[in-house]
Design a protein around this ligand. Structure first.
Ligand code: CP
Ligand code: NVA
Length: 329
């Protein structure tokens, strides 16, 4: 398998074999890290990390992974570069492509990361756009595989706004890998029908399936994985909170949901999560709307069902695998 020189913009661009290859590579790199075996085969190379939205996991994963691989990193934060304000993405790509051996981009529309990839001449990695979050998928799949021992046949239900980056990406990943994906949300939050049709094609080939349902009981019954995400994503206006809370409250992951899913079900969340009042936004929303949690209860988040911190750790190992594979380490 040779992925050298490839961009990593969405899992739509990769076959199931290529995705599994990157998950295997990540598992191997994780094992080496635990044993203290160095993997600094990209010594002397440098990568740029562009973040037009904030981040804890993705940024730290790229930085630690690059460091472990022997590379230097330059972080461009949401405010201090010329990108998009004084300089177009096309020009930025041609400048950074001459200085760096790879570029990560987190920001808004998918077309931005695509333009960057078209003009950079070096591998470009999508660290989250409005539409997709592909590096998160590899971490989620590695976490599921570590827990259950396999991926094909696993059932995963995503509860919440299934039209956005996480719902889209999980539907793509599951349908490519022969898993059974359910989006459980009000109909207006169902993923784009065109993407659903494409994923149905993937599922036909892989033996997976796609279900869209408004019914929490049916949508979560006997599922292996229950997944949720914030109800309002980065970059969305403050005004949408009221409507989202009204619409999505019935789709909160509670202990009843986990019981319905079954004793052996696991809970995943890309994080950050609103499960208590220990955040500024959590407290603000609580005082405005009188709620103490949002997409998941603290009880589920802290329960033995929850693998969220294993999942967060796996961001680093899987991002290292993406960098290594695409840079030909
Ligand atoms: N899950 C995730 O992408 O986390 P960050 O926003 O902290 O990078
Ligand atoms: N849907 C969330 C994912 C965060 C990792 C967002 O875009 O903010």
């Amino acid at each position: 398998m040779n992925l050298a020189g490839r961009n990593f913009l969405t899992l739509k661009d990769f076959t199931a074999e290529e995705i599994v290859y990157m998950i295997d590579l990540a598992a191997g790199l994780k094992d080496k890290k635990k044993k203290g075996i160095p993997v600094d085969t990209l010594r002397g190379k440098n990568i740029a990390l562009i973040f037009e939205k904030t981040s804890t996991r993705t940024r730290c994963s790229f930085e630690v992974a690059a460091h472990d691989l022997g590379m230097g990193t330059t972080y461009l934060d949401p405010k201090s570069s010329q990108i998009g304000k004084k300089e177009s993405i096309k020009d930025t790509a041609r400048v950074l492509g001459r200085m760096f051996d790879g570029i990560e981009y987190r920001g808004f529309g998918q077309e931005i990361v695509e333009t960057l990839a078209e003009y950079a001449g070096v591998p470009v990695w999508n660290g989250l756009t409005n539409e997709y979050h592909p590096t998160q998928m590899l971490a989620d799949m590695l976490t599921i595989r570590e827990h259950f021992g396999y991926l094909k046949g696993i059932s995963l239900t995503y509860m919440g706004d299934a039209r956005y980056n996480m719902g889209n990406s999980l539907m793509i990943a599951c349908s490519k890998l022969g898993m059974h994906f359910t989006a459980c949300s009000p109909e207006k939050y169902f993923p784009d029908p065109e993407l659903v049709a494409l994923c149905e094609e993937y599922a036909k080939e892989s033996g997976g399936s796609i279900t869209l349902t408004e019914y929490v009981d049916a949508g979560t019954k006997d599922k292996d994985v229950i997944y949720t995400d914030v109800w309002v994503s980065m970059g969305e206006p403050d005004e949408v909170w009221k409507e989202r809370i009204e619409d999505l409250s019935p789709y909160k992951v509670t202990m009843d949901v986990m019981k319905n899913a079954g004793e052996n079900s696991v809970f995943l969340h890309c994080l950050p999560a609103f499960h208590d009042l220990e955040t500024e936004i959590g407290r603000e929303i609580s005082s405005r709307f009188g709620i103490d949690d949002m997409e998941v209860t603290d009880e589920v988040f802290e329960s033995p069902h929850s693998l969220v911190f294993e999942e967060a750790e796996n961001r680093m190992h899987t991002i290292k695998a993406v960098i290594a594979a695409t840079m030909g380490a």
